[in-house]
Design a protein around this ligand. Structure first.
Ligand SMILES: CC(C)(COP(=O)(O)OP(=O)(O)OC[C@H]1O[C@@H](n2cnc3c(N)ncnc32)[C@H](O)[C@@H]1OP(=O)(O)O)[C@@H](O)C(=O)NCCC(=O)NCCS
Length: 162
């Protein structure tokens, strides 16, 4: 797994609970994916289990977090050409394990894996907690970039909600 500098050091601000194991080499069973995505109410994914499994399987890089019982409690995935662009597509942590540094660590592992890539981008809801989360990881909202100004465009499939 991509090594996150400083991780494992008790004095490091990026420590995570001792019971959490991270991996980037597993094939996650569909049932577990559905349970995790359902736990954060991402129903567009969880109501299409085969699509969810394909999306995860075809991602360039997937990091998972499991607790001491082996339960899936978090996941992050990146889609990339490994040169110019990394799109962080999903970062999710089961609600009862949120705010313990797990989401941050998942993103840091993905960023470390793609540290040579020029642009790291993502779309997220306009909710304070998501904005605070990505800002805390050093991402800039395009709205806040003054000079040079930058714009982000997105097109959603017209038969699906945003
Ligand atoms: C967003 C999400 C992944 C964050 O995961 P997490 O493990 O709870 O986040 P962390 O504990 O690593 O938080 C890191 C930092 O982000 C910020 N942050 C995270 N959750 C926050 C919240 N609810 N309110 C304010 N700031 C928050 C804080 O600065 C936090 O550091 P701190 O706890 O030392 O103050 C998690 O809330 C989640 O799964 N949400 C549902 C799915 C989702 O919306 N994903 C993001 C869009 S892709």
């Amino acid at each position: 797994m991509a090594d996150v500098p400083g991780s494992g050091d008790p004095d490091d601000e990026h420590t995570v609970p001792d019971d959490v194991e991270f991996a980037d080499d597993e094939v996650v069973p569909i049932r577990e994916l559905v349970e995790l995505y359902e736990s954060v109410n991402w129903l567009l994914y969880s109501t299409d289990p085969d699509g969810l499994a394909r999306a995860v399987d075809r991602s360039t890089y997937v990091v998972t977090a499991r607790d001491a019982d082996g339960e899936l409690i978090g996941l992050a995935r990146g889609v990339s050409d490994d040169v110019s662009i990394l799109h962080i597509q999903d970062v999710l942590v089961r609600p009862d394990r949120q705010r313990q540094g797990i989401g941050r660590f998942l993103v840091l592992v993905v960023l470390q894996r793609f540290r040579h890539v020029r642009q790291r981008v993502l779309l997220t809801d306009d909710e304070p907690r998501q904005l605070a989360f990505y800002r805390s990881l050093g991402f800039q909202n395009v709205r806040d970039i003054g000079r040079p100004a930058v714009n982000a465009f997105v097109q959603y499939r017209s038969d699906q909600p945003d």
